[in-house]
Design a protein around this ligand. Structure first.
Ligand code: ATP
Length: 304
């Protein structure tokens, strides 16, 4: 796997404000990475550093092997960016807009137009002024613009805000396709639930610092948060009489459901015990800590 972006001990100050402090990470080809953090955590600053729009106060940033602020045009051409608020000229049609950006990026306009299909923008909309577009259509036009030039690194700031569930799904399908082509996708978002199954890795930033970085499984291993186990017993079974190795169960949704939290290292033992005593057992659910839980954990730990 090739390293597409490297952020090494980067600090970025805006006068007295330290927007990013001593952050390091690498992104590799074919990886989809979520960048998450509270408002003001430093996500947009990191994206701007990767785009070369701003320079670090200290440390180094390299994108596709070059400094994005001074690197060669050929490298910048392979950087795609979808800003949080996409602002297009409202009088131009979708086709004119994309052709305009294609010329800026020196991409063959005919290839550019094929992107409409890729982002699912209906052909009847292509020749309509952007002012007639819904928020979702503008977002898709923005994505088509970001995909110009077959990017090696695609930076997406809140890409699914304002999209309905069907559009969100087709957006992530598109990200999956890009992953297959080796493109690195870094997406900044607050939508933790939808990121959970859609990204390979999560970077959590808080107050300018990186506080966690890894695949969901790695973050779970580090955080050691309990797993929730739920059971459903046949109606009328009294939990106090349902011997279970001294596990403390609390009442669940109804009179025959019960729940417990167990530390990860004891989970298998508990499941083994439950399933060897299955007479009154009707169902088991095992819920691992979600990205929401992990996010709260890492930010809480960092606040102390
Ligand atoms: P959000 O989720 O709200 O978009 P963010 O994580 O993208 O937030 P940044 O926009 O990177 O956060 O801002 C990080 C910090 O740097 C904030 O305290 C912000 O006020 C500050 N900051 C960002 N840009 C500037 C600037 N041009 N001048 C001064 N301070 C800035």
């Amino acid at each position: 796997m090739t390293v597409t972006a490297r952020v090494a001990e980067v600090t970025k100050k805006y006068n007295a404000v330290e927007a990013i402090r001593d952050v390091s990470f690498e992104l590799v080809s074919g990886e989809t990475v979520a960048l998450v953090g509270h408002n003001g955590a430093g996500k947009t600053t990191l994206i701007k550093l990767l785009l070369g729009l701003i320079r670090p106060s200290s440390g180094d940033v390299a994108v596709l092997g070059q400094n994005p602020a001074t690197g060669e045009w050929s490298v910048r051409q392979r950087l795609g960016y979808l800003p949080e608020s996409v602002a297009f000229h409202l009088a131009l049609t979708g086709r004119e807009t994309l052709q305009f950006y294609a010329r800026l990026k020196r991409v063959d306009p005919r290839k550019a137009l094929a992107l409409f299909e890729r982002v699912g923008l209906a052909s009847e909309a292509v020749d309509r002024p952007v002012r007639t577009y819904s928020k979702g259509m503008r977002q898709r036009l923005g994505l088509a613009q970001a995909l110009l030039g077959e990017p090696g690194l695609l930076l997406l700031d809140e890409p699914t805000s304002g999209l309905d569930p069907a559009l969100r799904r087709s957006f992530y399908d598109l990200v999956d396709d890009l992953r297959q082509t080796g493109c690195t996708v870094l997406l900044s978002s607050h939508a933790l639930t939808e990121l959970e199954h859609r990204t390979d890795r999560v970077i959590i930033v808080n107050k300018g610092r990186k506080v966690a970085d890894g695949a969901l499984e790695e973050l779970r291993r580090v955080a050691k948060l309990p797993t929730r186990v739920g059971i459903q017993l046949t109606a009328g079974t009294r939990i106090a009489e349902w011997e279970c190795n001294g596990t403390k169960w609390s009442s669940g949704r109804d009179s025959s459901s019960f729940e417990t939290e167990i530390e990860p290292s004891k989970k298998i033992e508990l499941l083994r015990h439950i399933t060897t005593n299955p007479a009154q057992l009707q169902a088991i659910t095992v819920t691992e800590p979600s990205l929401d839980d992990l996010y709260a954990h890492f930010l809480g730990r960092n606040a102390r």
